[in-house]
Design a protein around this ligand. Structure first.
Ligand code: UDP
Ligand code: MG
Length: 331
C-alpha cells in the first residue's frame, strides 16, 4: 500500500489557499511570521475568513517550535500542523505539506519571512487568470553569501544544460501550485524529492512573479554547504542520466584511439624495429585507464545508490502528531 495515499487529506471546497510553512527549530519565527502573514491574507479575503489555512510542517524541531505553533492555533483555528518524528529535511516537509493541504491552491513559503507574503496577492491574481504554476523569481540574491550565489548560478547552468526539464533560475520553493499540479507531484512515486526538478517536470501553464528576497528576520539559516551539495547532486542525477552515459562515449573514444595507436606501433616495429622497451608509456596507459575506470565506477555507484534508495519504498516521512485535522488527533 502506498503510504502517502493513506495520509491524504481531501481537498476542502471551502478552502481556497493553503500556505505550507516547513519549520525546523524556528520557535522565534512562528510569531512574527503569523503577525505578518495573517493580515495580508485577511486583506486578500476580506469577507471569507475561512478561505485559507496555514499548514506548518514541523520537521523534527528540537526547540519550542511545536508549542509555539499550538499556542498560535489556540488564537487562530486556521493554523494547522503536522509534526515529524525526526528531521526529514525540507523536501520531505514540503511533500508532507502537499499531502495534507486542503486548498484549491497551495503556496510553500519560508517561515523566516524571506519570501515576502505581500507577493501572494500577485500569485493569486495570476492563478485566477488560469496559470497553474506561478513561481516567484528573486530579482536580487544579495541576501545570499557570494559563494552561495556563485555555486547556485553554476548549479542552475549545469542542471539546465544537462536536463530536458529546465528549472527557472532564481526561483525558489516559493510558488503557487494549483490543486491539479499538487496531485501530479503527489502521484510521483520517487523518493528523491528534489522539488524544483519535480515542478519543472510537471509542466503546466507557468507564470512568474518577481520579488525581492530580504534578509532572514530571526534565527539563522538551516542549510549548510554539504546539504546544498547533496541537494544539487540529487537534482542532477534525478533529472538526467547524462553523467552516466558520457562515460561510455569517452570509453569508446579511448578504445578507438588506442587501437589506432596499436596499429601505428606495429607498423613502426615492422619497418624500423623496436627501440627502448615501453615501460613508461605502459605505466601511463595503465594509470590513465585505471583512473578513468574508477571515475566511471563512482558515477555508476551514484546511480546504483539511488536505485537502492528508491527500491526500499520507505515512506518519505513519519508523522508523530497532527494538529487541527479533526477527531482524536489532538491532545
Ligand atoms: N527547514 C526545514 N527542514 C530543514 C531545514 C530547513 O523545514 O531540515 C525550513 C526552515 O525552517 C525554513 C525553510 O526551511 O522555514 C528555509 O530554511 P532556511 O531559511 O534555513 O534556508 P535559506 O533561506 O537559507 O535557504
Ligand atoms: Mg531562509
Amino acid at each position: 500500500m502506498d503510504h502517502r495515499r493513506a495520509v491524504l487529506t481531501p481537498a476542502d471546497p471551502a478552502i481556497e489557499l493553503t500556505l505550507i510553512a516547513p519549520v525546523k527549530d524556528e520557535e522565534a519565527a512562528i510569531g512574527p511570521f503569523l503577525d505578518r502573514v495573517l493580515p495580508v491574507l485577511d486583506g486578500l479575503y476580506p469577507d471569507r475568513p475561512g478561505a485559507f489555512e496555514i499548514l506548518f510542517v514541523d520537521d523534527g524541531s528540537e526547540d519550542a517550535t511545536l508549542p509555539a505553533i499550538m499556542a498560535a492555533r489556540r488564537r487562530d483555528a486556521r493554523v494547522r500542523a503536522i509534526s515529524f518524528s525526526r528531521n526529514f529535511g525540507k523536501e520531505a516537509a514540503l511533500s508532507a505539506g502537499l499531502d495534507h493541504a486542503r486548498g484549491a491552491a497551495v503556496i510553500p513559503i519560508d517561515v523566516d519571512l524571506q519570501d515576502p507574503p505581500e507577493v501572494i496577492g500577485d500569485m493569486l491574481a495570476k492563478w485566477r487568470e488560469g496559470y497553474e504554476v506561478v513561481y516567484g523569481v528573486r530579482t536580487n540574491r544579495e541576501t545570499d553569501s557570494l559563494p552561495k550565489r556563485l555555486t547556485a548560478d553554476l548549479y542552475y547552468r549545469a542542471h539546465n544544460y544537462l536536463s530536458d526539464d529546465k528549472i527557472p533560475e532564481h526561483a525558489g520553493d516559493f510558488r503557487l501550485l494549483d490543486r491539479t499540479v499538487v496531485e501530479v507531484i503527489r502521484a510521483m512515486p520517487e523518493r528523491n524529492r528534489f522539488m524544483k526538478g519535480l515542478f519543472a517536470w510537471g509542466g503546466f501553464r507557468q507564470a512568474a512573479v518577481e520579488y525581492r528576497r530580504v534578509q532572514r528576520e530571526v534565527g539563522h539559516t538551516k542549510f549548510r554547504y554539504w546539504k546544498l551539495w547533496t541537494l544539487a547532486l540529487d537534482g542532477i542525477t534525478s533529472a538526467s542520466t547524462m553523467p552516466l552515459r558520457v562515460w561510455s562515449y569517452i570509453g569508446v573514444s579511448i578504445a578507438v584511439l588506442s587501437l589506432l595507436y596499436a596499429v601505428a606501433v606495429v607498423i613502426r616495429t615492422v619497418f624500423f624495429g623496436s627501440d627502448v622497451p615501453g615501460y613508461p608509456s605502459l605505466m601511463v596507459a595503465i594509470l590513465f585507464l585505471g583512473g578513468l575506470q574508477l571515475i566511471s565506477l563512482g558515477v555508476l555507484g551514484e546511480y546504483v545508490g539511488r536505485i537502492l534508495v528508491e527500491t526500499k519504498r520507505r515512506p518519505l516521512y513519519v508523522v508523530r502528531r497532527k494538529i487541527g485535522f479533526g477527531e482524536g488527533e489532538e491532545g
